[in-house]
Design a protein around this ligand. Structure first.
Ligand code: NAD
Ligand code: MG
Length: 348
């Protein structure tokens, strides 16, 4: 029996994870947590609404932690899991982006595995099969391009939260859905891929595949390119991470190949500057990725509350990166301070 601690149990990933756990006799929920929503309908011996997630994890003794919290709030749980040598099924990309080297140091000490839940990284993980970075020519992250693909900047000045929340292919929580519309999500994923697979930024490409059938691919040095295909359904990567190294059956439909036509295109980084800002933050290293993430969280929250125009999210992030010194975090206290300082950015 594998004991699963599910953090973010009431969210989009959390709900789908409960479905997977309930369908798999070898998985059991040992703990569930949310930020503020009640957990009355979740069946787990340890439950917690709000508060310090590491206290819950201390009590629950999990074999795997599925971190499906949204935002930097998940960072303590990510570090606890890695430090304790417990497997980390990681949906909360923001924690790995922000903590970066601190997380990898904790993993080296603890010895646990990071099993990516983000669909692109699950795809890359499966294509890589543990191969060393020197066998890799490049990683190709795919993205749908979000609801505003093909628009000009003029056409984006007045877009509303409702329009940004209408994602063409994935049904997700509000924060990641806005991130998909600005391409900040692909930027976070670029940094996430760098830390997960130890591949330098210049060998990680982003390409759009609007129907989200190709979940990512790896080009190897021998010329082979391995891709991962499937319908856009997070139950597949959640199940893979929770049952790894097995592949459990899921209710997903098999791909109907003759109904597909796969089109790829370049992302428009002029109209969607977040991708370029993330690449720059990742390449500079230190706490720049943490600052990118923090300022983005502030911008997205303000946009969703109707206090900020869509295009200003990227302006806030650019401004925060400019103001920050980016000094590497020696420990969690440094990281929390870098996150706090970046959030102090003025929002118009
Ligand atoms: P969501 O908004 O639907 O759910 C977020 C969950 O986190 C909720 O259960 C909420 O209660 C909980 N939470 C928030 N703050 C918390 C705190 N301080 N302590 C404990 N719990 C807290 O978000 P989501 O779409 O499920 O996304 C969750 C994470 O997974 C994000 O990092 C997102 O980027 C990532 N992700 C999501 C998808 C998807 O399809 N939804 C795909 C890939 C990656
Ligand atoms: Mg993704």
């Amino acid at each position: 029996m594998k004991r699963v601690a599910l953090l973010g149990a009431t969210g989009s990933i959390g709900r789908q994870a409960i479905e997977i756990v309930e369908a798999q006799p070898e998985l059991e929920l040992c703990a569930a947590a949310s930020g503020s929503s009640p957990l009355d309908d979740v069946d787990a011996p340890f439950k917690q609404v709000g508060g310090d997630l590491t206290e819950l994890l201390d009590q629950a003794d999990p074999d795997v932690v599925l971190n499906a919290v949204v935002g930097f709030a998940g960072v303590h749980a990510t570090l606890w899991t890695l430090e304790h040598g417990v497997d980390l099924a990681l949906a909360n990309k923001e924690s790995l982006v922000a903590a970066g080297d601190l997380a990898l140091d904790a993993q080296r000490r603890g010895g646990g595995r990071i099993l990516p839940v983000d669909s692109e990284h699950s795809a890359l993980f499966q294509c890589l099969e543990g191969r060393e970075p020197e066998q890799v020519d490049s990683l190709v992250l795919t993205g749908s391009g979000g609801p505003f693909r093909g628009r000009t900047r003029d056409e984006l000045t007045a877009v509303t939260p409702e329009e940004a929340l209408a994602h063409p292919t994935w049904r997700m929580g509000p924060k990641i859905t806005v991130d998909s519309a600005t391409l900040a999500n692909k930027g976070l994923e670029l940094i996430e891929a760098h830390f997960l697979f130890a591949v330098p930024y210049e060998r990680i490409e982003v390409v759009l595949q609007p129907t989200s059938i190709v979940h990512s691919l790896v080009r190897f040095r021998d010329g082979a390119a391995l891709a991962h295909l499937g319908y856009p359904d997070m139950r597949a990567p959640i199940s893979y991470a929770l049952t790894y190294p097995e592949r459990a059956a899921t209710p997903l439909a098999p791909l109907d190949l003759t109904s597909l036509s796969l089109v790829f295109e370049e992302p428009d980084v002029e109209t969607f500057p977040m991708l370029a800002l993330a690449r720059e933050a990742g390449e500079k290293g230190g706490t720049y990725p943490c600052v990118f993430n923090a300022a983005n969280e502030v911008g997205v929250a303000a946009f969703l509350e109707g206090r900020l125009p869509f295009l200003a999210i990227a302006e806030i992030v650019a401004d925060a990166l400019e103001r920050a010194d980016g000094a590497p975090a020696r420990d969690l206290a440094d990281l929390v301070e870098a996150d706090r300082a970046a959030r102090a950015i003025p929002v118009a």
